[in-house]
Each structure stands twice: as C-alpha cells, then as structure tokens.
Write a protein that binds this ligand. Sequence first.
Ligand SMILES: Nc1nc2c(ncn2[C@@H]2O[C@H](COP(=O)(O)OP(=O)(O)OP(=O)(O)O)[C@@H](O)[C@H]2O)c(=O)[nH]1
Ligand SMILES: [Zn+2]
Length: 183
Amino acid sequence: MDLAAAELAAGRFLEALGISTDSESLRGTPGRMARAYAELFSPRPFDLTTFPNDEGYEELVLARGIPLRSVCEHHLLPFVGTAHIGYLPGARILGLSKLARVLEHFACRPQVQERLTKQVADWLDGNLAPRGVGVVVEAEHTCMTLRGVQATGTTTVTSTFLGELRADARYRAEFLSLTGTAG
Ligand SMILES: Nc1nc2c(ncn2[C@@H]2O[C@H](COP(=O)(O)OP(=O)(O)OP(=O)(O)O)[C@@H](O)[C@H]2O)c(=O)[nH]1
Ligand SMILES: [Zn+2]
C-alpha cells in the first residue's frame, strides 16, 4: 500500500467532485480517507489453532451473530451485518475465535457477499477437514440502502453448506433453527 499516493488521489477525487479541502476541518480528509480504506483493506494475520477432537464430539459447533463489516467492490461502500459459521468436527476442532478471524480475513478486501460466504466455507473445509461446514451471512449493503434504489432496511442473506451439512437435511435444519434463519 502507498498511503501517500492514496492521499494525493483522494484529494484529487474530492476536488473533482467540487469538495474543497481548504478549511481546517477538511484539510486532513484526504489523508483520513486513505487511512480509513487502508484499514478496511488490511486483514490481521492469525494462526490456525486446532486441537484434537479427543472426546469424539460429533455435533454442530456454531458461532452465531459474528459481527461483519466489509466493503462492496462495486461502489466501495460498506456492507455490515452478521455471520453464523458452524462445522461438524472430524478429527480436529478449531479454536473458536478463529471462526470470527476467518470471516475478518476475507471481509477485509473489496468483496461481494456471495464470494465472502463461499470463501469462508471453503477455507474451513480446506484447512480443518471437518465433516461439514455451514456459513450464513446477513448484511445491509449501504450502496443499496443509502443511495441508488434506497431500499432502506433491506438485508441480503447468503449461505453455503458443504459436506454433511449440505447432504443431510437434519443438520442443515438444525443450523438454520439455531441461527434463527429458518424463516
Ligand atoms: N451480487 C451482489 N451484488 C452487489 C453486492 N454489493 C453490491 N452489489 C450490486 O452491484 C450492482 C452494481 O450495479 P451497477 O448497475 O453497475 O451499478 P449502479 O448503477 O450503481 O446500480 P444501482 O445500485 O442499481 O444504482 C448493484 O446492483 C449493487 O446492488 C454483493 O455483495 N453481491
Ligand atoms: Zn455496492
């Protein structure tokens, strides 16, 4: 990332939109814009901490209501909401915080909600080798609610189910019921 170049470009962007940055209050705005977007596009590294599933726990492990913030790649406006991420353990279980960290990892980039949902599910599937994975994301896209069609209050729901959570309707129903997304 080149923050100085981003600040220069942000200043030119505002100028082109007829927004003067001459006042004391706006003087630092191009720099703040550059730093704000840099922050939104900088995922924090994390360790994949897993433990042996010594007890042979076979049921759903589910983190509900994980806060989500990302940026839509079409308008670079935020979308915010919650994600529910769960898996059916195989030989290993995952450190619980990592479910939120995986989400953050894929959210910190220009995104579309469908891809984000699938990337989280595929990452868990590939790195943890669980028997099944489920990811449901509910988010408000400000490009759709604050501007454009201005569909205030609309939320978008996306989901990906893999393995036994895809194949076995009982597990999927349990996931949807526990997350309150069964409809
Ligand atoms: N599928 C999908 N679309 C998204 C997402 N975030 C934003 N969009 C949509 O991306 C589309 C871009 O459409 P365009 O017609 O190129 O842009 P636009 O003229 O600003 O469209 P309007 O928002 O309808 O005014 C819009 O329909 C947005 O709602 C997302 O996560 N997934
Ligand atoms: Zn958008």
